[in-house]
Design a protein around this ligand. Structure first.
Ligand code: FAD
Length: 454
């Protein structure tokens, strides 16, 4: 019997299996078993525990219980790439396989301390903080005894272009004073949220626009921070973590809370996001697999027989099912390729592959989950199934961590930079054709009028 006979490896392509270390094989199996036996059956209980009066913004007791189990099973912080001393040793590719399995339940990532924004924040703190800062801020996140928020986006600013971030950070003696408004970042009504990693403008007149911003750590209990409201995402409040809208009024933090130094925010923001985008994409593939399974079950449900036939007996639905299968499998290859590119060539070289995943996968996932709701019928749009929540997740990933349009823009601009090279190549084809035509005594013409004259 092969070690890959375990159902965890059912969808993992052979070229990926060939790259998995023994540790990764073990972790992938364990993640699969944990999600199937501990998380999926617990979904209704997790919902019920925050529906209790007065408990909306309190992390569920069951979440704490499952986090304890995941930690003792060695399933904590699997995301941290293996070049960090704190890493459990998985490559991006290996972790991507775990991520798909975690994605089968929206909150399973949190049981394993592998959830956004913690993953990005932990990576940021591990990469850029001093040993003292790591001890104070990183350690509790790695141990899972605190949570944090990332605070960059602002209302009425194009935050996808972070040079426009306006929240002011001003130095006064040994303190930074912060004034501004922020959108998003986990809700501080949940008392486990202990600090914000905030990006603000510290040097607005610096001629170098990439050096105007800084990143500081702001404890949530600092006077002057008001959470104006919790933002709902298409009607969901995402309790008990939520998304806050914040007002900062003369919020003071000690200068030692700055990360890396004044004017270094862009360096930090660049380093933060690459792998996180891949994690969202792999989890979305896990959500799609789950939605697809629900649709398949509906297709053979003997209680549903429009015009006397099972839903899965209509040719149009057989085709739909096939197309969904093809789309999900295709999407997985795109993301695994991005993860492998990061491992082999580094995050910077993986920029295109990351953008490709970020553009393709949430779009694919919204289409697939939409089709699954359609096959399910009216019930598929209600709380009887997790499908509407799944669709909302896929939809918001088109914007969270940067809108896909901005990635398309970047890909398109990079592609256009290659046009000159192709024009040169076409001139060379034409030169060769001209030489060939002369040698053979044939008439020479330009290629369909498209190539520039030589
Ligand atoms: C569920 C969720 C969670 C989030 N969590 C956080 C968080 O924890 N912390 C945080 O700081 N932020 C968070 N965000 C905010 C998110 O990062 C921003 O919304 C995102 O970066 C875009 O910024 P913006 O909303 O200001 O859009 P803008 O920058 O104003 O862009 C608006 C639209 O303009 C278009 N556009 C922008 N750039 C281009 C381009 N280059 N080419 C073509 N069109 C373009 C796109 O259609 C884009 O959607 C979250 C968002 C969501 C939905």
């Amino acid at each position: 019997m092969s070690q890959f006979d375990h159902p965890a490896f059912h969808r993992i392509p052979p070229w990926v299996k060939a790259k998995l270390s023994p540790t990764a094989i073990e972790k992938i199996k364990k993640v699969y078993d944990f999600v199937e036996t501990e998380c999926i059956p617990a979904e209704p209980i997790m919902d019920a525990e925050i529906a209790v009066e007065g408990k909306r913004w309190t992390t569920q007791p069951l979440m704490h219980e499952l986090r304890g189990k995941a930690k003792s099973a060695g399933l904590f912080n699997l995301f941290l790439p293996n070049h960090f001393p704190e890493s459990p040793g998985l490559t991006n590719l290996e972790y991507a396989c775990c991520c798909e399995l975690m994605g089968r339940v929206y909150w399973a990532q949190q049981t394993m301390n592998c959830h956004a924004p913690e993953t990005g924040n932990i990576e940021l703190l591990a990469k850029y903080c001093t040993p003292e800062q790591k001890e104070k801020w990183l350690k509790p996140l790695l141990e899972g005894t605190a949570s944090s928020a990332y605070s960059m986006t602002e209302p009425d600013r194009a935050s996808s272009d972070a040079t426009q971030i306006a929240c002011r950070i001003t130095r006064e003696g040994n303190e930074y004073v912060i004034n501004g408004r922020k959108l998003y970042g986990n809700c501080m009504w949940n008392s486990e949220n202990k600090f914000f990693i905030l990006m603000g403008c510290s040097d607005p007149t610096n001629p170098n626009k990439w050096a105007r911003h800084s990143t500081v750590i702001v404890p949530t209990n600092t006077p002057g921070i008001t959470q104006v409201r919790n933002l709902t995402i298409m009607g969901y409040d995402h309790a008990p973590e939520g998304h806050g809208e914040y007002l900062y009024e003369n919020v003071r933090v000690p200068v030692e809370n700055i990360i890396l130094g004044e004017g270094r925010a862009f360096e930090i923001a660049q380093g933060r996001l690459g792998p996180g985008r891949i994690h969202h994409c792999m989890r979305l593939i896990g959500q799609c697999e789950r939605a697809y399974e629900l649709a398949l079950i509906r297709c053979i449900d003997a209680r549903k027989t429009p015009r006397g036939r099972l839903i899965g007996e209509f040719d149009s639905n057989i085709e739909r099912i096939a197309q969904m299968r093809l789309d999900i499998d295709q999407a997985r290859l795109v993301v695994l390729n991005a993860a492998d590119t990061m491992d082999v060539h580094g995050n910077k070289a993986g920029r295109y592959a990351i953008a490709q995943s970020k553009i393709l996968i949430p779009n694919m996932a919204t289409r697939i989950i939409d089709e699954c709701m359609q096959l399910y019928g009216g019930q598929g749009l209600t709380q009887h199934t997790p499908l509407p929540k799944m669709w909302t997740y896929a939809r918001f990933v088109r914007i969270a961590d940067g809108p896909d349009s901005a990635h398309r823009h970047q890909v398109g601009r990079d592609e256009l930079k290659t046009a000159k090279k192709y024009a040169e190549r076409h001139k060379e084809y034409q030169r060769r054709y001209k030489a060939l035509a002369e040698k053979r005594g044939e008439k020479y013409e330009t290629f369909w009028g498209t190539a520039p004259e030589i």
